[in-house]
Design a protein around this ligand. Structure first.
Ligand code: ADP
Ligand code: MG
Length: 487
């Protein structure tokens, strides 16, 4: 499907996202079952998570901490009196016949997430409607034999937060950027691993289209089952075009839930709104209201790490590094904090950024390791920057030779390695001048040509001096001295 630009431009695409994030608590939301991923089916279960009669839920305080953390990071209002609700429906992966969630009183209300899609100049705030807590369902496993469906209840009762945006997003690119930011946030906060492929971060996209001058949003469809941020982008692009084509044909759009197929990049109807369940929400009678007081919120505020947007702003304004560098550096919290620590050891922030984005990141990528395991401390790396700044070694020698020697020799600093390996540049005229004199007397013909106007020959002289000094002469100093001598 490919839609004519001029038709597409008649419409505005409107998107609201519902993002589920699995919280990294050790135990489930209402009982002590382990939440570890990848265990044998139905080994992390108990009468409570299976909803046996007579069992009682007990709230996991850590999950509440995590939800509040996310709320604070998104400038939400934190609800003081929380009531959990039962959402009733039947499905094989839901052993209790209801899901405990928050309906009328979500823990976080309002708030926003800042995005800056690729190519955009300004940041844009995407308003959140709410963030609420709920428990996950189990998993149905459809076997190749079409007659069988297996269920694994390990996931039943694992804590989730659901982040619901207002319909503020206007393109697949904005949705992409929003999800990238949310993933970054949960990872910085260490409340969710943010892995969409494994399902610890999931996203449903609500999409509608309307004519540019329309005053009301169009009917929305909800698209499910995208297991990567890229697939959310694809699904929205596809859905927007499909809806526009329907309107262009004069058809009306029915609100429905659609399934995304990653293979074909298309969607198909799962159920229409009329078929929707009535969930018969009512307050969970087995849990008392959850009261979040100021002390609790203050305690969490005190534990908040630096957030990506704050670090970005610090890097750009305080360290004066380019926007692009700052974006790359804040991508991972550990890298950002390493860079920040490095900037406490050196004043040459741009060199620091070049080193971290260049040799450091390539080393980590090559070895599949994280910067936590990186053996060069910010202090030692700053030593390397200093060496270059003092003109003692060239950038190339620093990045290619000394850097790798520093990785091998845990103890030695850059200066010691450069001396040991005889890599220190010669920049004293006392030592360079004799080589220059030698070169110029041997190349006296060239010197004549130079003096009669072929100034380009300076490169030849520099090259020759460099060669005879075995690459150690400081090229800048050599150039200066040559110019003087040739006057
Ligand atoms: P529902 O009643 O279907 O649950 P909600 O109003 O609760 O709908 O919104 C669910 C999600 O759909 C939210 O993320 C919201 O921003 C989004 N949404 C609501 N209306 C639209 C629309 N017309 N177009 C796109 N997204 C929408
Ligand atoms: Mg709703």
């Amino acid at each position: 499907m490919s839609l004519d630009e001029s038709i597409r431009n008649k419409y505005t695409v409107v998107i609201g996202l519902e993002v589920h994030a699995q919280l990294l608590t050790e135990s489930k939301l209402f009982c002590g079952d382990s939440t570890a991923f990848g265990a044998s089916p139905n080994t992390h279960i108990s009468p409570i998570s299976l909803g046996h009669p007579g069992t009682l839920p007990k709230l996991n305080r850590k999950a509440v901490d995590y939800a509040i953390k996310m709320g604070l990071a998104c400038d939400c209002q934190i609800t003081k009196e929380n009531v959990f609700a039962r959402k009733n429906y039947f499905y094989p992966d839901l052993p209790k016949g209801y899901q405990v969630t928050q309906d009328k009183a979500p823990i976080c209300v309002g708030g926003k997430v800042w995005i800056k899609p690729k190519g955009a100049i300004e940041e844009k705030a995407i308003a959140l409607n709410r963030i609420h807590m709920e428990e996950d369902a189990g998993k149905s496993i459809h076997t190749e034999d079409a007659m069988d469906t297996l269920v694994d209840y390990n996931r039943a009762g694992v804590p989730l937060i659901e982040i619901v945006t207002e319909p503020d997003l206007r393109s697949a690119d904005e949705a992409y950027s929003f999800l990238t930011e949310v993933r970054k946030l949960v990872r910085y906060l260490e409340i969710c691993d943010g892995n969409m492929e494994e399902g610890s971060l999931r996203c449903d996209a609500n999409v509608s289209v309307m004519l540019k001058d329309a005053e009301q949003y169009g009917s929305k469809v909800e698209v499910k089952n995208m297991n990567s941020i890229r697939n959310v982008h694809r699904a929205i692009e596809h859905e927007a075009e499909r809806l526009i084509l329907l309107l262009e044909k004069g058809e009306t759009i029915i609100s429905e839930t659609r399934d995304f197929d990653a293979g074909s990049g298309t969607t198909s109807s799962l159920r229409t709104k009329e078929e929707l369940n009535d969930y018969r929400y009512f307050p969970e009678p087995d849990l008392s209201p959850l009261i979040v007081d100021e002390n609790w919120i203050d305690e969490i505020k005190a534990q908040m790490p630096a957030l990506p947007r704050e670090l970005y702003q610090k890097f750009v304004t305080e360290y004066g590094i380019p926007d692009y560098d700052a974006q790359v550096l804040i991508d991972s919290k550990e890298v950002a904090l390493y860079f920040d620590a490095l900037c406490k050891e050196t004043q040459n922030y741009k060199s620091a950024s070049n080193l971290v984005m260049g040799p450091v990141k390539s080393y980590l990528n090559e070895h599949g390791s994280s910067i936590d395991q990186f053996s060069i401390s910010p202090q030692r790396l700053a030593g390397l920057i200093k060496l270059v700044d003092e003109g003692k070694v060239s950038n190339t020698i620093a990045n290619q030779q000394i850097f790798s020697k520093m990785l091998e020799n845990q103890g030695s600093d850059a200066q010691a390695i450069a001396e040991e390996e005889n890599l220190i540049q010669e920049s004293s005229s006392e030592n360079i001048q004799p080589i220059i004199d030698e070169v110029l007397s041997e190349l006296s013909d060239k010197v004549k040509e130079y003096k009669s106007g072929r100034k380009g020959l300076i490169g030849l002289f520099v090259g020759e001096v460099m060669k005879r000094s075995k690459g150690k002469a400081d090229p800048k100093k050599t150039n200066e001295l040559l110019q003087q001598t040739l006057k």
